[in-house]
Design a protein around this ligand. Structure first.
Ligand SMILES: [Zn+2]
Length: 286
C-alpha cells in the first residue's frame, strides 16, 4: 500500500519508510502514521530493571512540572484519571503532591508497585465502565500513551463523555520535530534503521501508531471541540543516565550501547539547541 488516509485531517498520507511496519506521512498536516498493531501477547525485549534506573529521575521531575501547571490552570482540588498507568510513577507523584488521581492499565506487570504504594489502578482497557465517574473528571491524562492509540476519533469521543464540564485533557508525548526523531530519520536515509525502529517502538508489543507535532495534535483536538489552553516542553534526556536507557533496549549489545551513549553525549550541545522532543498539551473541553 502506497497511501493511506490521514487520521487527523483526512488527506492522503504517502508511504515514507518501510521498517518492520510501514510509516506514512501526511502531505497536509505532517502527521506520521504507522500500520503497526498492538501485540496482545504483551511480549517485549525490554529489560524492566535497567529501564527503571534510567528513567525514574527524569520522569518524576517532568511529572512535577505537569502538576505545577495543572494546579495553575485548575487549582488544587481536582479529580483525575490517568489512561495507561504503566509503572505507576505519575500516580505516585500525584500521591506525593496531594493530587487525587486514579488509573487504568491493561497490563498487570506493575501490580506489586501499585499495591505497595496504595495506588488506585483498574485493570483493563479504556473506555471501561470501571472508571466511569458521575460528575466527570476534572482532568484525564496520557503519559507516553496517546501515540500508541489507533482509533483516535473513538477515543476522543469517549474522553469527552468522561470529562467534567470545563474538564482538561492532558497529553504528554514525543514530538516528530524533536531532535531525536529527526536524527533517526536522517540515519534512516543513510541506511541505519535501528534508531527509527526504536523511536517507533516497533520491537515492543505496543508500538507507536502516530508521531505528532504541535500543529497536527492541536488540529485533531480542535476537530473534536477542544481548545488548547497551554503547551510546555519537558526534559527528554538526562545525560547522566543515557547508558542505562540505551541498555534497557534489550536488542542493543554492550559495546554498541557504549558507542551510542558516547555519541549522544557528544551531540549534547546540538540537542539542547533544537526543538523539544517531548511536550505536554493541556486542552480544555468547550
Ligand atoms: Zn493530515
Amino acid at each position: 500500500m502506497d497511501h493511506m488516509q490521514c487520521p487527523v485531517c483526512g488527506n492522503s498520507s504517502k508511504l515514507k519508510f518501510k521498517l518492520k511496519f510501514n510509516v506514512y506521512k501526511c502531505r497536509e498536516c505532517g502527521l506520521f502514521t504507522s500500520d503497526a498493531n498492538f501485540d496482545f501477547s504483551f511480549k517485549s525485549d525490554l529489560e524492566l530493571q535497567s529501564r527503571e534506573i534510567g528513567l525514574k529521575k527524569l520522569r518524576f521531575s517532568n511529572f512535577e512540572t505537569i502538576i505545577k501547571k495543572l494546579e495553575e490552570l485548575k487549582g488544587k482540588k481536582t479529580k483525575g484519571l490517568e489512561i495507561g498507568s504503566g509503572n505507576g510513577w505519575w500516580l505516585k507523584v500525584c500521591q506525593e503532591k496531594g493530587i487525587d488521581c486514579i488509573g487504568i492499565e491493561p497490563e498487570n506487570s506493575h501490580q506489586d508497585y501499585y499495591t505497595e504504594n496504595g495506588l488506585n489502578v483498574y485493570y483493563g482497557f479504556y473506555p471501561s465502565p470501571e472508571v466511569k465517574s458521575e460528575k466527570g473528571y476534572d482532568f484525564i491524562i496520557f503519559n507516553d500513551v496517546f501515540e500508541h492509540i489507533k482509533e483516535l476519533d473513538e477515543l476522543i469521543t469517549a474522553l469527552k463523555k468522561d470529562l467534567a464540564e470545563n474538564g482538561t485533557l492532558i497529553i504528554n508525548l514525543p514530538m516528530s520535530d524533536g531532535f531525536f526523531y529527526r536524527s533517526a530519520m536522517l540515519l534512516h536515509q543513510f541506511g541505519i534503521n535501528s534508531y527509527l525502529t526504536r523511536m517507533w517502538q516497533f520491537n515492543f508489543h505496543s508500538p507507536h501508531m502516530n508521531y505528532f507535532n504541535q500543529k497536527n495534535l492541536t488540529m485533531l483536538l480542535n476537530r473534536h471541540g477542544f481548545v488548547k489552553a497551554e503547551d510546555i516542553q519537558l526534559e527528554s534526556l538526562d545525560f547522566s543516565t543515557v547508558k542505562e536507557r540505551i541498555k534497557a533496549d534489550g536488542g542493543v549489545n554492550k559495546l554498541k550501547a557504549m558507542f551510542l551513549s558516547t555519541g549522544i553525549s557528544l551531540l549534547k550541545p546540538l540537542i539542547l539547541s533544537s526543538k523539544p522532543d517531548i511536550r505536554v498539551f493541556f486542552f480544555n473541553k468547550k
